[in-house]
Design a protein around this ligand. Structure first.
Ligand code: RAM
Length: 882
């Protein structure tokens, strides 16, 4: 019998037969999901040694890759092989190119085939490609803007007609902007991406996008038309009504490289031969929305033959600016799920409001027909007041309003171009005629991250929590990880991002997303090594260095390494990680980080009229010291992975001193901490601050504290992500489940019971009496507390990465049922393939089904009996009396 089919219960003959037949019949293996630098067929690879990954599909158990062969060339059938590798290795993730130097702006085709440990060989995979980006010297295009000062609120349009003399063989457009751009060729959008060129630390680098536009071009006359919006570059950004943070002039840079079928080439560039005018977008702004006057649409402006009237002026060429132009390293932002309007109703105040049933980020596509000049206003809100009226006070100064002015005639369809809104409800003013459900569709807009995780249990409230976590992620992963997507903030708060990163990596493939953002973390790191509160940093230069926020510099690179096995992220970020730890050392005194401003355990539990001292205040410098230790530990980990032994030794010695200083400053000889809060004990235990012999008592103090609050959590942003992990680790699984399943405030399920469809910023965004928390900080779409998702995948479903074999090369499957759950099931698409863990408890029998992808192995630790099984790839069933 297969040694991996173990059971202490009954084995059905059918199960045995099935198992047997799959082993005997299937012999084939294949490769799929080929990527380069985490991306499918990417267009702008800057890495001189791009890295290839693939997955192996096999029906055979215990399959490992024995060897791989890659071949690469510049033709689609790779008839001339430029580089070939044939290697005996089980590496199938991020294999580095090792051939002759790659040329810029070149398309390379590649494919892979593998042999497994059973003697099977796959066929060559389908051919995939990647394209290298432009070098600085490849750019001949000039930055162009409107002539004179760019003072208009309206979006400028830029156009250029050009003639292609011959048949086009290939055509690539390289485009970027200061501001946001929407580019068209011959009247059609060049891509389905929004908010290009994305938000980066623009003063350091701006991304450009590359589009294959061959299909849009033809021999003869063609036209390019581009609209620009303010975006993050020039528009309002930050909560102090700041504008023009990066610059006051919106500009376009565009280079179209055409190759004719006869091998000759032609390049069309942005330069002073272009014309610019204004169109229908009268104003657009990330926070405030867009005003669009359809009467001002210059008919046919982005098609050939358009007669530019005198309002069209020559553009101005701008001098080169110092920032680097870089290819995209993350996913583009595009449209995803659509939502039908569920209900149109009148509020007590008489407002016409539409409910989409889900708090989401994107916009409403509106259809309307009416007299020219009719103005329709769409306002957006996340919640209604307890009286049922439309509530926007929590948006602070963000207007989140789109205004559409009709041009008359037939029905028109409106949507914004350079603005997005966070909302579940919209209020409609000025709609001509009867507003019907079918006139409105909401569309979610976010970075193109593949869904990688599924998680479900027998408890519907938990399933709703999982839903809310993933919608918190979708709404706040719009090119950068933001705290919230609706008020006048929407910033890359580093503390929130580090708290949520591992949960994010379960739900969706965030490898490219964070690779891109970490470049901004490095770019915006201060010369002294401190790390800003927000990245890209649009606050003051010295708004930096808060414990648990700035530690993003060490935490996310490590998390991404563990989740995706990407050593390159550690290599790229190592300098930044080290600078951050060295910065803390430079401001620490006697190894104690007890200086500077810290947010502390942000938004921890605090009752009103706190006569009893129940507010869960944790000493901020005590917190800081634990993150000093954590960051140092992660730096040591990274140093070891990268073979930097001197650093590993040096920082290991430092870590001992950091922990000794922590004990001396914060703990009584009996092991009581100076702040008797959940967060204090959680951080001390999570980061191994205490001597071994004092850990169990500290965990008991944590448990006592939880019970003292009636099985409620009291943690804020920093304690929450680790709370249940620490309880589980120290044997208090039951308490962890009590907290998770707690339905009254403060808890994860309280908002769920209150009807939340996303994660709230505050444990009590809406209070029991239906009133709101303080309006100036009350977002209903804030992912930080969604960090519990990490514990749900790891403990309930039991899918864990193993940092020594990152990227789920080895998986730890260790489900820990509890909380009266009778089933749980999760799937995770890893870089090796799909991992599944699914269990049920019925009639005193525990059943577990596990799937391990090819080229990976797993350790299964069965609950209750704690039996440990080492398994190879394949599907397994375990069952026993429970
Ligand atoms: C607020 C946001 C954010 C948090 C900071 C400290 O503006 O809620 O989530 O990280 O404060």
């Amino acid at each position: 019998m297969n040694k991996n089919f173990r059971t202490s219960g009954t084995i059905t003959t059918l199960a045995l037969l099935l198992l047997f037949s799959t082993n005997v019949l299937a012999q084939k293996i294949s490769v799929k999901d080929l990527t380069v630098e985490h991306l499918v067929n990417p267009f702008s690879i800057d890495n001189p040694k791009p890295r290839f990954s693939w997955k192996i599909i096999s029906d055979l158990k215990n399959t490992k890759q024995g060897s791989y062969e890659i071949r690469l060339g510049t033709t689609v059938n790779i008839d001339k092989v430029l580089w070939k590798a044939s290697v005996n290795s089980d590496q199938s993730v991020l294999v580095s190119y090792d051939g002759p130097g790659l040329s810029s702006k070149t398309k390379y085709y590649w494919q892979v085939r593998v042999k497994d440990n059973h003697g099977n060989a796959s066929a060559w995979s389908p051919v995939q490609f990647f394209q290298t980006g432009l070098k600085a010297e490849d750019w001949s295009a000039k930055w162009i803007s409107v002539a004179g000062k760019d003072t208009s609120l309206a979006s400028p349009l830029f156009r250029k007609e050009f003639n292609l003399k011959k048949e086009v063989k290939s055509a690539m457009a390289y485009i970027t902007a200061k501001g946001l751009y929407e580019a068209n060729i011959n009247g059609g959008r060049v891509s389905d991406a929004y908010f290009a060129p994305g938000w980066t630390s623009y003063k350091d680098h701006i991304q450009y996008q590359v589009y294959d536009v061959k299909q849009s071009l033809k021999k003869g006359a063609n036209v390019i038309g581009v609209a620009l919006g303010d975006g993050w570059y020039k528009g309002r950004i930050g909560f102090s009504n700041q504008k023009q943070f990066y610059g006051d002039t919106r500009a376009l840079l565009l280079q179209l490289e055409v190759e004719y079928t006869d091998g000759t080439t032609e390049t069309i560039i942005s330069d002073n031969s272009w014309k610019t005018g204004y169109g229908p977008i009268l104003a657009s702004n990330i926070y405030d929305g867009e005003t669009y006057d359809a009467r001002l649409e210059p008919q046919g402006w982005n098609n050939i033959g358009f007669k530019e009237n005198t309002s069209w002026k020559p553009v101005q060429e701008l001098a080169n600016s110092p920032e680097r132009l870089v290819g995209m390293s993350g996913p583009q932002v595009s449209k995803h799920e659509t939502f039908k309007a569920l209900k149109i109703f009148k509020t007590p105040k008489g407002e016409t409001v539409v409910d989409f049933g889900q708090n989401l980020v994107g916009w409403v596509i509106l259809k309307a027909k009416g007299a020219a000049g009719t103005k329709i206003t769409i306002s957006h809100a996340e919640v209604l007041t307890k009286e049922g009226n439309f509530y926007t006070t929590n948006l602070r100064s963000a207007k989140q309003q789109n205004n559409y002015i009709l041009k008359g005639g037939t029905e028109q369809v409106f949507e914004p171009h350079f603005s997005f809104q966070g909302f579940r409800y919209v209020k409609i003013d000025g709609y001509p005629g009867e507003l019907k459900l079918e006139n409105l569709t909401a569309v979610a807009v976010y970075s193109d991250m593949k869904t990688s995780g599924k998680f479900t249990t027998s408890n519907p409230l938990l399933n709703q929590l999982q839903h809310n976590i993933s919608w918190g992620q979708k709404g706040n992963f719009v090119d950068v990880p933001t705290d919230c997507p609706q008020r006048d903030e929407r910033l890359g708060w580093t503390g929130d991002a580090q708290a949520f990163a591992t949960t994010a990596a379960y739900n969706m493939d965030v490898s490219g997303f964070f690779t891109k953002w970490l470049k901004d973390v490095s770019a915006d790191q201060l010369p002294n090594g401190s790390v800003p509160f927000v990245v890209p940093n649009v606050l003051n230069q010295n708004d930096a260095g808060s414990a648990g926020w700035a530690d993003v510099a060490t935490i996310i690179p490590w998390d991404m390494y563990v989740s995706y096995g990407d050593k390159g992220i550690l290599e790229a970020q190592y300098g930044s990680m080290k600078k951050w730890v060295d910065y803390i050392s430079s401001v620490a005194k006697n190894n104690l980080w007890n200086t500077g401003f810290h947010f502390g355990d942000w938004l921890f539990y605090r009752p009103n009229d706190d006569n009893d001292g129940r507010a869960a205040v944790t000493d901020k410098y005590m917190i800081a010291q634990t993150f000093y230790a954590h960051s140092t530990q992660l730096l040591i980990n990274a140093a070891k992975v990268l073979g930097k032994t001197d650093d590993a030794t040096k920082y290991t010695a430092l870590l001992e001193q950091i922990k000794a200083a922590y004990i001396k400053e914060n703990m009584t000889p009996n092991g009581k901490l100076i702040s008797n809060t959940q967060t204090a004990y959680v951080l001390a235990l999570q980061f191994d601050m205490l001597p071994e012999n004092l850990r169990a008592q500290a965990a008991q103090r944590l448990v006592d504290n939880v019970k003292d609050y009636g099985n409620h959590l009291t943690t804020g942003f920093l304690g929450t992500p680790y709370l249940c992990h620490v309880l589980s680790r120290f044997g208090h699984e039951d308490v962890a489940y009590n907290l998770l399943l707690q339905e009254s405030y403060p808890s994860w399920l309280y908002p769920v019971k209150m009807g939340a469809t996303t994660i709230w910023e505050r444990w009590d965004g809406i209070k029991q009496d239906g009133s709101f928390q303080t309006a100036d900080m009350n977002s209903f779409n804030h992912y930080a507390y969604g960090a519990i998702g990490d514990w749900m995948y790891k403990n309930i479903a039991g899918i864990n990465p193993v940092s020594a074999q990152p990227g789920y090369k080895t998986i730890l499957i260790a489900p820990r049922p509890g909380g009266k759950l009778t089933s749980a099931s999760a799937e995770l698409e890893t870089v090796y393939g799909t991992v599944k863990s699914s269990w049920t408890i019925a009639d005193g029998v525990f059943k577990l089904d596990v799937t391990v992808p090819a080229n990976a192995t797993a350790t299964v630790i069965l609950p209750k009996n704690d039996k440990k099984e080492e398994i190879g790839s394949g599907s397994y069933h375990f069952e026993y009396k429970y």
